[in-house]
Design a protein. Sequence first.
Lengths: 246, 222
Amino acid sequence: MSESLVLDVRNVTKRYDSLEVLKGISLGLNKGETKVVIGPSGSGKSTLLRCVNHLTKPDAGEIYLEGEAIRDANINAMRARMGFVFQDFNLFSHLNVLDNVRICQMKVKGADKKTATHRAQQELARVGLEEKASAYPAELSGGQQQRVSIARALAMDPVVLLFDEPTSALDPELTGEVVRVMQQLAAEGMTMVVVTHEMSFARQAADEIIFMENGHIVEQGSPDAMFSHSDHERTRAFLNVIADHG
Amino acid sequence: MDIYDVLLRDFPFLLKGLGVALVLLALLLVMGFILGLAICMIQLYGPRSRFIQWPLIAYERVFRGIPIIIMLFIFYYGMSGLLDITSFGAAVLALGFRSSAYQSQIFHSAFQSVPAGQMMAARAVGMSRVKAIRHILFPQAARHAIGPWTNEFSSEIKETSLAYVIGVVELTRQAHYIITSTQGNVLTVFAVVALLYFIVNRAGNSALYAFEKKLAVPGFEK
Ligand SMILES: Nc1ncnc2c1ncn2[C@@H]1O[C@H](COP(=O)(O)OP(=O)(O)O)[C@@H](O)[C@H]1O
Ligand SMILES: [Mg+2]
């Protein structure tokens, strides 16, 4: 194991009954790296991300965060250090924007209200939503909700951020504002695993692109290598389909 | 003395009866709330074992399936051989257990109306299950539950009058005393009693409605 890896996923497998969803996935991220996971629907991308923070428990394999293995015993502390951004935002719908970003700091990290408020305001400013602090999720557009959910994750000072198709539930005209926040985070050196079909983001921000299919990593490489001269027919076929639809 | 003088003279007794009814109501609702919430929590988040889940289902069915008068008789006459129970105590238990069966169902569907993503998001950020339930699910479920709970309040205030049958001296029995002591005037006395029940019912409903409005946030308003 390399000591410098922030996130080290080793040989994770997961099956649902007869369906083998993850067939031994490994990936590692150094500090500041952004890896983009692509692949057809049903290939196991969401399952992989959920296995990383044990929202879904892997059948086998290990996840190390800054060298420390995730166990049942430390699961909450470990999750607090990994931000997770969902496809459908999952903002806490009874709380306003400020409270959404504050509550985890206060209830998980034990931050006092003043510190949590200050931090929340910082992160809301970072995603450009400080003026929406008192709005409720139902009053926001999808793009704004997703930016709040990113702020909520950031306020915990995560060492890695996991994004599961953060723009897939958005109307096309709203994806840009979310992608821009993600690009900014990548540029600022956040360590991120991003499942997405936003090829412009992958091209511009990824240090590595990972192509998954049927629970396997088929191919991985730099955006340049993957987009311009992939050796794999499956990867090329997938990228063509994405290009046609995107 | 005509009936109005009697009513005026005996009005304090009616109020006393009303007081007993209200205490009975408060106790049965609190008991139903605590037990009902506990049952709902075990059903939703407790061990899946049949030895735990089946008895809870049976409990709910039994207490919702038996007429409350029979339940009152069982708790009063049936249990007085085993323990020294007052008619008031028996009424609290019978009505409280039954209310818990109804309230557990109210809470059950309220918690189930909270989308699964809420629990997932809370867990993903490092909340324990207990914290997630307390800080995220409960406040949302409460907003779903308060409407049906208001109905439960309304039916229970009416059900307290059934404690009459085991001799609890609540409002309906006080009314009956007045009627027997003055021979007749049933209609007038019960009209006054009906009005008292109605006022309490409306007051409770208004208070709960105000509370519901206070809790309302965009996305949860009625
Ligand atoms: N909880 C579950 N129970 C059963 N099957 C599941 C569950 N979650 C995912 N799957 C299946 O696992 C496969 C991979 O799903 P998923 O990880 O969501 O793929 P992706 O995110 O790449 O679209 C799919 O066939 C899906 O139906
Ligand atoms: Mg998915």
